[in-house]
Each structure stands twice: as C-alpha cells, then as structure tokens.
Design a protein around this ligand. Structure first.
Ligand SMILES: *Cc1c(COP(=O)(O)O)cnc(C)c1O
Length: 407
C-alpha cells in the first residue's frame, strides 16, 4: 500500500514528494534552480566529489559523531533505554555544518564566488560562514537588525570568519524580512552567487539536496546502534523546525517498518492562542517560500507569526517530505512545549553532563515522556541536533532563579 512510497526514489524528477514540494517561483529563478539541480545530480554520482565531502565530514567536522547510551537518564525515568546521536559534538556545534559543507562544495564546483543566505538566530549563518571560509568563497548573510542586536555572539563569529553580515532594516527587521532581502540580492546576480538554504525547505532541489547531505546522520546511527546493541532501535525521536536534522536521522530507517518514528514540533507557550510553531500538527497544505507543504498561514496565504523558546524551530512551514511522511503515517508528529523543554535542558545537563541546544531539548522532552510509558527492554534513539552554548545566557536570564539555587 501507500507505505511503498518510501521505497521509491523521492522526490520525483519535478521535485515532488507525493503532492508536496515542487517549485513555485518566478521564471527567472526557475532557470537558476534548474542549473543547480543539474549540477547537483552530476556531483551526486561523482565519486571524487563524494570522497571530498566524506573526507571533510571525517577530518573537519569530526564524524562519525558519537552514539551514547544515556544510562543515568534511562535509569532515572525507569522506562525505555535512551540513546543520543551526538550531533552536538560536530565542529560548530550542530548538524547544520553537514549540509553547509555540501552546499559550499557544490557552489565551488559551479564556479560561484559568493554564498548567500538569511539567518534568524545566526546558527545557519555561522555554519555557512564556516563552510565558506574553508572552501574559499565569500559569504553574505542577511540578518534583521532586531536579530543582530539579540544575537551578538553569532554576529561576531560570522564577522571573524570573514562573512559580511548585511543588516536588514525593513518590516519587522527579523527573519522573514531577511529572507526577502536575501532573495532580492540573489536575483540581482544569480551567476556569481548561490543561495544556500538552511533546511529541507524551499523550491526543488533544496529539500532533496539538504536531505541527502544530512543522511549521514542516520546512516552512522543505524550502524552504530546495531553494533552497540545487536538490533535496531524501537523508536527514533528528532525535533522538527524546517526538518533537516529529523530527515537526516529518519531516512536510513524509513524502510525498517518495525522502527517507530516520531518528529517533535514546538507547542511553545500554548497550542490554543497561536504561540507555537506546530506546522504539521495544526497547519494545512499550502504554498509558501517556493514550495508546497503543510503551512501555518492566514486566510490570505500569508505566513502566520510563530513562536518557540527555541528560535531554530520557529518557522511557519516544514520540509515537504515530512508532509508526505505525515500523510502516509510513517512518521508520527507530536509536540513539546516551552516548559518541558526547559526541564529537559536542565535534566540532561545535570544527569548526563551534556548541555543540549533548546531545539534538541524538544526531542529530549518528548522522549522522556515516551520512555516513561515503555518497558526497560525498549529503546529510543534521540537526535541531539546541537549543543546549548548559544542558549546559556537566555536560559539563565529567564529560568536561572527557578533552577539554580545560588542565584
Ligand atoms: C537550526 C536547528 C534546528 C532546526 O532545524 P531543522 O532543519 O529542523 O533541523 C534544530 N536543532 C538545532 C541545534 C539547530 O541549530
């Protein structure tokens, strides 16, 4: 039946995952996307390119990232055994470097001079600026001035890495306006620039390409888990913003029908009053930012304001492959809220000595809930997508008094 779709090569040649994905962009941009698609399909099957990328994963990023059996936490919960795929240990501290390196190498191959992107909290900007420095390309990062003021350390990192941080002063001066500004700049010179999208979103070929670059996460985790335990995990859990770390873990397991897969979206402050970013849980299919997927949109088709305590998750859309996996019921999409996310942040820090990114804490929070309902012989593999260094000040300012006695 429909599950068979997981066996077919996805997306189809027009970039569709079932009815989702595709490319809804102006004609001039379509030509550029077609060139990127052609160049990507070429390097995808080019052993020299793949060798170069694998070599960077190993010697630059520090792959394979560790798989860790969180015994203390498992014991404390008293249910299923929890395992962590440690993407937080990568160079630059998250999974984003996996696809930024791929995009940078592709740009170099295509003879581009400049990598261009928008950034909100600065995580994608830092990962891309890192890849650009290594590969030898210029890097222009568009960022709203409100975000620039809020995310000083990441702005400084990008500048030290040699990137140009372009302040965006229009509109709300945040991520949405930065996307518009970056796209306009891109259209002015698509010959010398490559727009490096930061997740499995946007027009074809980005949902496919970014997924392919992230697949390494699941490939490693599957082999590591088999070696460590002699079997496959019973459950996978990953947080879902645009969906790149989740699809990176899930892809290697999609045909293992005995593995239950869970994607965790942020229910933020509340699912009722709109202060969340639970796109798959509460959204509807629509078109935005050049592709078709579940979206949180108003009646005019405009993106709704979204919110999460983890800024890397507050996006009103989601990668098109996740929309298909939801409809097929191959992946179950659930939510975790701010409060349990902060609990999970301190829990993992104190019980295992690992300070996780707030995004990843959504996966941890849901996994803790799931583990408590399962017997100890069951297993849960969590994608720990990033480390919490970037969140320290925010967490202490807002929750320090509650969780730390000496403040
Ligand atoms: C950006 C980010 C995410 C969200 O992006 P996805 O594309 O959904 O993976 C999750 N975790 C961390 C640590 C991030 O930096």
């Amino acid at each position: 039946m429909s599950r068979r779709l997981c066996d077919m090569p996805l997306p189809d040649e027009n970039g569709y995952f079932g009815e989702y994905g595709g490319s809804f962009i102006p004609e001039e941009l379509q030509q550029v996307m077609d060139e990127i698609t052609a160049a990507y399909l070429e390097i995808k099957n080019d052993p020299a390119f793949q060798e170069e990328l694998q070599s960077l994963y190993r010697h630059y990023v520090g792959r394979p990232s560790a798989l860790f059996h969180a015994r203390n936490l498992s014991r404390k919960i008293g249910g299923a055994q929890l395992y962590l795929k440690r993407e937080d240990l990568n160079h630059t501290g998250a999974h984003k470097i996996n696809h930024c390196l791929g995009e940078a190498l592709l740009a170099k191959r295509m003879g581009k001079k400049i990598l261009i992107a928008e950034t909100g909290a600065g995580q994608h900007g830092v990962a891309l600026a890192t890849a650009a420095a290594l590969v030898g390309l210029q890097c222009h990062i568009y960022m709203g001035v409100v975000d620039i003021a809020k995310e000083r350390p990441n702005v400084t990192r990008m500048q030290i890495l040699g990137a140009r941080v372009v302040p965006v002063t229009r509109g709300t001066q945040t991520l949405k306006d930065a996307v518009d500004a970056a796209f306009e700049a891109y259209l002015q010179d698509p010959v010398n620039q490559l727009y490096a999208i930061g997740s499995v979103v946007g027009p074809h070929p980005f949902p496919m390409m970014v997924r392919d670059f992230q697949q390494i996460v699941g490939q490693e985790a599957r082999a590591q888990f088999l070696e460590m335990t002699g079997r496959l995990p019973d459950n996978l859990v990953a947080c879902v913003g645009g969906g790149s770390n989740a699809i990176g873990l899930f892809t290697a397991f999609l045909n293992d029908e005995q593995v239950a897969i869970h994607g965790v979206e942020p229910s933020g402050r509340s699912l009722e009053d709109g202060q969340h970013a639970a796109t798959l849980s509460l959204g509807k299919p629509g078109v935005m930012h050049g592709f078709r997927s579940y979206m949180l949109q108003d009646d005019q088709g405009q993106p709704m304001p979204v919110y999460s305590v983890a800024s890397g998750l507050d996006y009103p859309g989601v990668g098109p492959q996740h929309s298909l996996l939801k409809d097929l019921k191959r992946v179950t999409y659930v939510t975790a809220g701010d409060r349990e996310t902060i609990d999970a942040f301190f829990e993992l820090s104190r019980v295992e000595g690992i300070i996780p990114a707030l995004e990843s804490c959504h996966a941890v929070a849901y996994a803790l809930r799931l583990a408590a309902q399962l017997p100890p012989e069951q297993t849960i593999l969590i994608n720990l997508s990033g480390r919490g260094d970037k969140d320290l000040d925010f967490v202490m300012e807002n929750y320090g008094k509650e969780y730390c006695q000496d403040i």
